[in-house]
Design a protein around this ligand. Sequence first.
Ligand SMILES: Cc1cc2nc3c(=O)[nH]c(=O)nc-3n(C[C@H](O)[C@H](O)[C@H](O)COP(=O)(O)OP(=O)(O)OC[C@H]3O[C@@H](n4cnc5c(N)ncnc54)[C@H](O)[C@@H]3O)c2cc1C
Length: 456
Amino acid sequence: MTKEFNYDVVIVGLGPAGASLAYFLRKSGLKVAGIEMNGAEGVWGKPCGDAIGKHHFDETGLPYPSGDALKQKIEGIDIISPYGGVKLRVNGEGFMIDRNKYGLFLINESAKAGIDVYLKTRVLSPKLESGKLVGVRAKNEAGDDLLFRGKIIVDATGNSGLLRRQLPQSWPANEPLDPKDSNIAYREIRELNYDIDEPTYLRIYVNQEVSPGGYWWYFPEGRSSANIGLGVQGGMGYPAPNVIFKQRLETFDEVRNYAKVINAAGSKVPTRRQANTLVWDNFIGIGDNGYNVNPVHGGGMGYAFVAAFHASRTIINAFSANDFSAKALWDLNINYIKSIGKRQASLDIFRIFLQRLSNDDIEYGLKHGIMNADQVYETSVSGELKANLGLLDKVSVALRMLGRPSLLPKLATVATYMKRVQQLYDAYPTSPEGLDVWVSSVKALYSEYKAKIGAD
Ligand SMILES: Cc1cc2nc3c(=O)[nH]c(=O)nc-3n(C[C@H](O)[C@H](O)[C@H](O)COP(=O)(O)OP(=O)(O)OC[C@H]3O[C@@H](n4cnc5c(N)ncnc54)[C@H](O)[C@@H]3O)c2cc1C
């Protein structure tokens, strides 16, 4: 017999998106269920680089990680060019976190405040009645069939998109991920047998031969261990990242000089602009599920927090108005776009360009200041290539002299389309009725852009 539960809000998945949403809603007075398939020891267990910028906590009001949830305070990132000739230092505070400990902290605080947390409970499918989303079916550890009913169902199951992909195909929220808009990533946490020089600086190595369409990273966790991994663009037939790790990364001294592997695992991360809509009738999808990830560096925890923060406001407003339609939930799209989504769309355009650059082009571009440290930071935060365009005149002569004139018009094209996509996001429809027409414009813009820069 199926056991039934009734809630205002049902959150499926208690990773960064779901757990932070539960935390933001903990004092809302709403009846909220948070359902997670892992037990306490597996919470936030998805493999990750574990690095996060401090600003995400400031922007959303989440407490900074501390105690055993904090592995290392970070002062900045070094970006290292393919042949090692250039090291760009980008300063900015951040943290290496113990995901499990920080996730458990958010979940425990939410539970203390009255959120009902169901661990070791796997959600199987959405429950629809007369075409309306009314809940989810689940199974607990004991094998009981469960039905959680809710007025708003939140899919925070990460890139598996468990509920989103089982919604009716006619719902715009059911929007599959093109594999080329993802990175397949793998990382090992290694105890090293040497002392790390500067443990407060993360290292990102850009090298298309080692990690095509991505990068490899070395993130210290104190003086003697590091989270080391790489991502490669999906859908391109590149070798699996765990294979590349063994074949290529192991050739670097800082990787191969280790005492033991503490954890090794891989997963997928979406690297595209946000989903066309994060909401539909009675439905919200956030975090990796809503493609709320920075397309250039693939960091997703902070943006999952931002999406959850806006979702909590939207949910509270929907209950005040007693309206759970797509129209009533629509301001989540608008607020996410305003705070970061528009910039992420612009970075998506930039990402497609970056993935097609050769090592020679990257080395050259970094060496000749087409991208200096400040601009790298500015571009990755603002989604604007303006500053670089300003430099075009200065570098154009040098570029031509070195027989690399093809890069110039490409950069100009990229900057133009970064601007144009931002303009499209400024014109995001104010209600669901305008979505189809808007999506057609976005598709047309992307086709035009990809044809211009020779991407498929
Ligand atoms: C190798 C790698 C390195 C990365 N490095 C970084 C980094 O350094 N910094 C950064 O910010 N981001 C990084 N990312 C991205 C980041 O990990 C994700 O963006 C982030 O975890 C997304 O959070 P989420 O809550 O949306 O999804 P997830 O973290 O995937 O959480 C989803 C949750 O839903 C649960 N769930 C799934 N299905 C069900 C079900 N059927 N029933 C119940 N529960 C379910 C899962 O158990 C999980 O707890 C990395 C990703 C990878 C793969």
